[in-house]
Design a protein around this ligand. Structure first.
Ligand code: ACM
Length: 639
């Protein structure tokens, strides 16, 4: 472990500026004097009025990268610190995670040295403690199931079978399915005793499989007795879910016997509430190694989720190898003090990168498919494209005024230009490689948060708009996305996008699925316009949002805060008029990674809200029970 040579302490005070002010103190612990340096930090609470700082000179900002110089001639001896304040912020800080996420110094010789950072302290107001997020819970039936099944009428037993094993007449696919769920269990709970054995055991119970034509693909039935377990299924997914249910039951009873039991008799008749039960992961803002993605997919399978929405590109990085454009995953992923892309969101003195090769993707897609999970890849276009534009400068209009528009995250000129023919050539080649890698019925093309005013300072875009009679950014976005939809249709794939795809005229509704993220109402509006909809409202299903308003509760808050109880209780279908309900295809958790700098942070924010959303996706409304969920959620596997 490297010693901390420099440390940046930060506090936010509500007074002293329109959105309060930061006070930073840089401590020199290096053992020698510090002089002639610049300080960089990354923070989502951005400085927009650089002149408004005291005892420092604001040098530059790019999105959440901020660089400052100390007053002329400042030298810090060992143990001394330099304090400066910044009050030209673009919004208030609300949580302890709203301050500097990383920092480093650039010394006179051009070298960069790490600076340790810590939580943002609140001064001048009460810094509230994080509240209890999960009550103790209460069980009416002592079964460790999440999500809770559609129908359960079973009596708890006293005994826990040693193992469950496929009955002698099971076919090879059925034995294979047992092995598959056993392997899933071992990966998730490496210290757990096996719930299944392929070999029969006198102390165990046989599972008698029956394929039933009347059961839909994801449905299953289990019947319990002291002689055998009957498992009826319609297709591989339902069979896997039935085995997962058995694994959860037996593991809960074995390891948490004070609360949970294995059924002695009775039945479970189960099927999902929604066909789309998704979880999204943003791997652009932070890179997740393949092993983490595989483990997340295992967790999704454990909760009977069936869609992994893989957000592969954004301003911060393009993480998908495209062999036709190698710079996407060289220039388009590296961030560092001396890289073409500056540090952001927790990056520091060391350059960082990371991408998924074709081999990585194939392994992940195969792993997911074996667990009945469809991987829906996303490239986020036309906005959120800084990384692609850095990797491929020829995709920009060289005559467009720099900084002519900024995204809501503060990136200048970050959208692919619809008036450049190369944009379409680029996308054709990208989609060609994507359809080879991803068998999914869907390709997600983003479409979110194109800044109003985008392209209006591009002479090429202006000319196109005049030729085509297009007026305004969003009509041009619609022109672009219609072409993108044609590319996907030509490749036999359906377009999925964020709700703004409908802006400016949208794209054809046929076969288009949009994700309502901005608020619940937008989903209903989209359904009324004829789009199929998946509900991912930030106010309930964005797992990067803090789980309470308290300062010491970590997370973002621009969409509000989402307590686990709220996420659990939220009814995505709630306000949908009866005639539009068939357009609502399901629900999805979104894990945006701006704040996710560690596994501990990931687990703190994602659990228990991910299993809460899994239950919203699976369990009928009248079977949802927050206190039961609270009693079972602590058994969740974590990353
Ligand atoms: C989004 O949160 N920009 C989809």
């Amino acid at each position: 472990m490297l010693p901390v040579l420099y440390r940046l302490e930060s506090a936010w005070q509500p007074d002293g500026g329109p959105f309060g002010r930061f006070t930073f103190s840089l401590f020199n612990l290096s053992g020698g004097p510090l002089s002639a340096f610049r300080l960089v930090y990354t923070s989502l609470t951005r400085v927009i009025e650089g002149a408004a700082c005291e005892n420092a000179v604001f040098l530059r900002r790019n999105a959440n990268f901020h660089e400052f110089a100390p007053p002329e001639g400042l030298t810090l001896a060992h143990g001394e610190h330099w304090t400066f304040t910044v009050n030209g912020l673009h919004r208030e800080a609300k949580h302890c995670t709203d301050g500097a996420k990383s920092a480093y110094l650039t010394l006179a010789d051009g070298s960069h040295v790490p600076v340790a950072v810590s939580d943002l302290r609140l001064e001048g107001a009460v810094s509230e403690l994080p509240p209890v997020r999960l009550p103790k819970g209460r069980l009416e039936l002592p079964f460790a199931l999440q999500p809770w099944p559609a129908e359960i009428d079973a009596a708890p037993g006293e005994a826990v079978p040693d193992v469950l094993y496929p009955a002698a007449e099971s076919n090879a696919d059925e034995v294979d399915a047992v092995s598959n769920v056993l392997a899933l269990f071992h990966r998730l709970f490496s210290a757990g005793h096996a719930p299944f054995s392929l070999a029969p055991s006198p102390q165990g119970l046989p599972i008698v499989f029956k394929k039933k034509a009347e059961l839909e693909g994801e449905a299953y039935r289990l019947a319990f007795s002291d002689r055998e377990i009957r498992l009826d299924y319609g297709a591989a997914a339902g069979r896997q879910y039935a085995l997962t249910t058995l694994a959860q039951l037996i593991d809960g009873a074995r390891n948490h016997g004070g609360d949970f039991r294995f059924p002695a008799s009775g039945e479970i008749a189960d099927r999902p509430r929604y066909g789309w039960r998704g979880c999204h992961l943003d791997v652009s803002r932070q890179f997740y190694p393949t092993a983490d993605i595989v483990r997340l997919i295992d967790i999704l399978a454990w909760f009977k989720l069936n869609i992994f929405h893989w957000h592969l590109t954004d301003d911060e990085a393009w993480r998908l190898e495209i062999k036709a454009y190698p710079t996407l995953t060289t220039l388009g992923v590296m961030r560092g003090p001396d890289e073409p892309m500056l540090p952001q969101l927790g990056n520091g003195a060391e350059p960082v990168g990371g991408f998924y090769s074709h081999a990585d993707v194939k392994a992940i897609v195969a792993h997911a498919a074996a667990l009945s999970i469809e991987v829906v890849p996303e490239i986020d276009i036309p906005g959120h494209s800084t990384a692609a534009l850095v990797a491929l400068p020829e995709l920009s209009d060289g005559q467009e005024a720099p900084e002519s528009y900024h995204s809501v995250q503060g990136y200048p000129n970050n959208a692919l230009n619809p008036a450049i023919p190369l944009t379409y050539e680029f996308l054709e080649k990208v989609f060609d490689e994507m359809v080879e890698l991803f068998p999914s019925r869907y390709i997600h093309v983003g479409g979110d948060e194109v800044a109003d005013g985008s392209w209006l300072a591009s002479p090429l875009a202006r000319k196109l708009m005049e030729q085509e009679g297009i007026s305004g950014t969003f009509a041009l976005q619609s022109y672009f996305l219609k072409k993108v939809k044609q590319m996907l249709t030509a490749r036999g794939r359906k377009l999925v996008g964020w709700n703004e795809v409908a802006h400016g005229g949208g794209v054809g509704t046929e076969g288009t699925l949009l994700m309502a993220w901005e608020n619940p109402k937008v989903g209903i509006e989209l359904a009324r316009e004829g789009y199929d909809v998946v509900m991912t409202p930030g106010q309930a299903y964005y797992l990067d949002m803090a789980q309470a308003d308290a300062w010491q509760e970590p997370g973002a808050s621009w969409a509000g805060t989402a307590a686990p109880a709220h996420t659990y209780a939220y009814e995505a279908e709630g306000e949908f008029p009866e005639e539009l309900k068939s357009r609502m295809k399901g629900v999805q958790a979104c894990i945006w990674s701006e704040h996710f700098l560690s596994r501990g942070y990931f687990n703190r924010l994602v659990f228990p809200r991910l299993p809460a959303i899994a239950e919203a996706a699976w369990t009928p409304k009248d079977k949802k029970d927050w206190l039961r969920f609270a009693a079972i959620a602590p058994l969740s596997p974590i990353l």
